[in-house]
Design a protein around this ligand. Sequence first.
Ligand SMILES: *[C@@H]1O[C@H](CO)[C@@H](O)[C@H](O)[C@H]1NC(C)=O
Ligand SMILES: *[C@@H]1O[C@H](CO)[C@@H](O)[C@H](O)[C@H]1NC(C)=O
Ligand SMILES: *[C@@H]1O[C@H](CO)[C@@H](O)[C@H](O)[C@H]1NC(C)=O
Length: 485
Amino acid sequence: MGSLSTLAVACAVLCQALLSLASVTYAVPKTYNTGGFAYAPVSGAPVGISFEFFAFPKYFNSVPATSQCLANWHSISGTWPPIRIGGTTQDRATYDASSADYVDYTVASSTDAPSALTFGPSFMSLAGGYSGSVVLGLNRGYNNVTNTIAAAQTAVKNMGNLIAIELGNEPEYFASAGQAITSGISWTPAADAASQDNWDIWVGSAVAKKAIIQAGVWLSSPSTWGNAELIATENTTAQQYVGTYCHHNYPGGTIQSLMTHSTIASNVNGYKSDIAAALAVGKPYVFGETNSATGGGASGVSPTYGAALWTMDYSLRAVANNVSRLYFHHGTVGACQYCFWGVYDMGAPYYGATVATAALAGASHIAVLDDGTTNYGGYVTYDASGNALRALLYNSDYFDGTGTRSSQTFTLTGLAATSVKAKRLTAANVLSRVDQGSPPTWGGQTYTNGNCVVSGTETFETTTVTSGAATFTLQASEALLVNLQ
Ligand SMILES: *[C@@H]1O[C@H](CO)[C@@H](O)[C@H](O)[C@H]1NC(C)=O
Ligand SMILES: *[C@@H]1O[C@H](CO)[C@@H](O)[C@H](O)[C@H]1NC(C)=O
Ligand SMILES: *[C@@H]1O[C@H](CO)[C@@H](O)[C@H](O)[C@H]1NC(C)=O
């Protein structure tokens, strides 16, 4: 027994030492387009917000954190985050040019989404007042193109920041929702594609703008509901009105599967052909609506720090795979598990999105440093001169608060600087929630509940670079953003 326990102790020490020797090593190309990596362009601020159509005026007028949370990212990146207004209720909305109200609807409970609503010109003026770009989703389900054209024309007139109009939201559900446009026809992907093409031409020509439509807009996985198939049906008349193609993406699952790096890589890889189809016709591809789980989020998953880690890694993986922008959905105020902020509390995922925003700030290109098959990930961004700008390291080993928190070392080689500064994203464990009193910290700072004002002292960790190499230790379920310049 004595010798056995001595052995166990010896092994515990030795095995730990051996483990820490197995550092994850990434060779960082000093300049863009070298090292045999695939690169993707970064333009503006790729991490954006989607607001559910009927709730958009409430977010802007009655949720004080909204403006500050968006402004925080503007301070980080110099670009106002892109927003998209749309969702299921865009296909329940009728434009009323004579209404003085942003929106009109009645609901039984304040946490219900309306089954029908009207919106007036001030809805578009409110959107037009936002300092960043806006994608506006309009109704196709009702099959009233006259009404949608009237709304689109008002949008073009009142919104200098309008970059795209979507026609319908997740149309694969139009038939089950009893939408008028499916009446008397078999609502297949081909029927929807023919409908999208016609509507692109009708609305695009009515507002006299080429490249104004953000097409696609399905949730169900490609290729059945996918852009390759849609694009194949478009003639040049229809395609000239399309500016971007999009898909929605809600991976779902447990916290552990959601935040695991290899799961994230494989989820994003599932969109490779959809992305390639858009790029092949020279148009950008975006995740037009996305978040951790459908239906406002999963209560045990979406508000957690684990979901914050997903938000961060997923955003970078998507951008590195040529997704130009991601719009993280925000649903009914007061009934939104995945929301980054609300009236009372911040949501942990805001921290992950903030780290992604910081990683991409001012970057021109990004490359993935890992092969996407393990729990460990790395990205490197490049500035406009093509020099390595920042590296983001992610240890997705799962730590839920039980047992000892493991750690993993990461070594970056090929660095030009003699020392580097880094900021850490951490929290007590992956189950931590802001609304339960356990916010993450990002470089030692937190965002204040209710108003999203940053609080605390920004903290950097300095690491010496020896012969171009630096080693960093990340605990399980942590990320580190390293400034390489
Ligand atoms: C379609 O919209 C137009 C213009 O807003 C409106 O006058 C008309 O009544 C609508 N048609 C139907 C069938 O609702
Ligand atoms: C292009 O396709 C639309 C249907 O989407 C059709 O109405 C139009 O006539 C076609 N134009 C040409 C030039 O073929
Ligand atoms: C992104 O798209 C460009 C072409 O626009 C291509 O050269 C590059 O390889 C793509 N990157 C990835 C990671 O697929």
